[in-house]
Design a protein around this ligand. Structure first.
Ligand code: PLP
Length: 447
């Protein structure tokens, strides 16, 4: 295999289109092809591309100061951003980092530090769901069975697994309540095994990158919250993908009636304009550290830089002025309806699900003559969609064949229609190809 340039892609010989510019939900490559960004990159560009308010905040802050180290200075945009996030979510403190993985690991570090400060240093065990995703750094990647974990095989941390809710495949004939009770019984057994050594649990309230927007059965997250309280463990909600309005509420955990002790947010915070993420910290933890050592043991060089803070502040202002959280509910319902219509029409679609403007579409090729490699079907649909000028986000992790549909929250009803039409054409194209191939296989075997 020869690489076409010095640039390293995930697939080393990938031939990707070269991006030229973006505007709203649209992207253009250097050949002039226009793509509808149906997944906000990786569920990132919540306010769309080239939003004038964010661009002007970038220009304004760049002209003042772009970087100072958090050990030497604070800045007005940073203080305002923390206040804004605290006001929106009700958390007492906000710690800034640069990526979702860092926000997750910072939450784990806050938990560990909290237990050290209350003189319970033996509490070092975290639990997480096997079929999830929490990021690509050592700690975050250890916290799931994601296919990428292979890269750290041998040095991955031992993070025991809680059950992963996945009703579509696992609920079977059980009622929602019965399924929930079964999951909680299994979860309790894991809690009991580690009991007084537990530091916390790390949970995606809505399973995103790996399970295409699976939600928990009613009562499951509340049940986990109760187990945490019973066993003295902290609840860490990983809302890097689901948080900040995407599901139609500022935090998806609130929709499940749960208040976590620590919350990781990212993606939509910088909305594609700057790398920034944050850990939201509950008053009890913050107060313990404040009145204890008085010092947070952590930090990254770029964490809390004034430029990123000003940009994220402008993003949150757009959220407010364009009422994007409410819009995620209304436009999300329109999107969900369009996807259900596609499911009625296309046998390839096995399930559509989700919350707000975070939707998942799972595929199954019931007519497949031969078993195909994991991810191949979703990969074909992804490619067919690109050929129709539509970007979708195939799930990762090696669990299921599915894509995420999560356009910018600013999408218009006409653009939702356009998204559905393009997806429709892509599915028709793949179904025709599959039918042709199946016919070919049959003809070959009849020979
Ligand atoms: N947590 C969740 C739920 C995610 O979906 C992701 C990224 O997809 C991450 C953490 C990691 O975020 P990042 O890629 O910004 O490090």
């Amino acid at each position: 295999m020869t690489m076409s340039s010095t640039l390293i892609h995930n697939a080393l010989n990938a031939q990707l289109p070269t991006i030229d510019r973006g505007d709203g939900v649209w992207l253009w490559d250097t050949d002039g092809t226009r793509y509808l960004d149906g997944c906000s990159g990786a569920v990132v560009t919540a306010v769309g591309h080239a939003h004038p308010a964010v661009l002007s905040a970038i220009a304004e802050q760049s002209g003042r100061v772009t970087f100072t180290h958090r050990g030497a200075f604070t800045s007005a945009p940073l203080v305002e951003l923390a206040d804004h996030l605290a006001e929106l979510t009700g958390y007492a403190g906000v710690w800034f980092v640069n990526s979702g993985s860092e926000a997750v690991e910072a939450a784990m570090q806050f938990a560990l530090q909290y237990f050290q400060e209350i003189n319970a240093p033996e509490r070092t065990v975290f639990l997480s769901a096997q079929r999830g995703y929490h990021g690509n750094t050592l700690g975050a990647l250890s916290a799931s069975g994601h296919a990428r974990r292979q890269a750290i095989a041998g040095i991955a941390l031992d993070i025991p697994a809680l059950p992963t809710p996945y009703a579509f495949a696992d609920q079977g004939d059980l009622s929602e309540d019965e399924y929930c009770a079964q999951l909680l019984t299994d979860a309790r057994a894991v809690f009991e095994r580690y009991a007084s050594r537990l530091a916390g649990i790390l949970i995606e309230p809505v399973g995103g990158a790996t399970l295409a927007v699976t939600t928990s059965p009613r009562g499951y997250l509340q049940g986990l919250r109760a187990l945490c309280d019973e066993f003295g463990a902290l609840f860490i909600a990983d809302e890097v993908m689901s948080g900040l309005g995407r599901t139609g509420e500022i935090l998806a955990s609130f929709q499940d009636g749960v208040r976590a002790d620590l919350v990781a947010v990212g993606k939509a915070l910088g909305a594609g304009y700057t790398p920034i993420a944050a850990t939201l910290v509950d008053a009890r933890i913050l107060h313990t550290i404040e009145t204890g050592s008085g010092r947070v043991l952590g930090g990254h060089t770029y964490g809390g830089n004034p430029l990123s803070a000003a940009v994220a502040g402008a993003v949150l202002d757009v959220f407010r002025s364009e009422q994007l959280v409410t819009r995620a509910q209304s436009m999300g319902a329109t999107l969900a309806e369009g996807l259900r219509d596609l499911a009625d029409k296309h046998p390839l679609i096995a399930d559509t699900r989700g919350r707000g403007m975070l939707r998942g579409v799972e595929f199954v090729d019931t007519a497949a003559a031969t078993e195909r490699p994991q991810g191949e079907l979703a990969g074909r649909i992804f490619k067919a969609a690109v050929a129709e000028g539509l970007l979708l986000y195939p799930t990762t992790g090696g669990y299921i064949e599915a894509v995420l549909v999560a356009p910018p929250l600013t999408i218009t009803p006409e653009e939702v229609d356009e998204l559905i039409s393009r997806f429709d054409r892509a599915l028709t194209r793949v179904e025709a190809d599959l039918a042709f191939e199946a016919g070919h296989v049959l003809a070959e075997s009849a020979r």
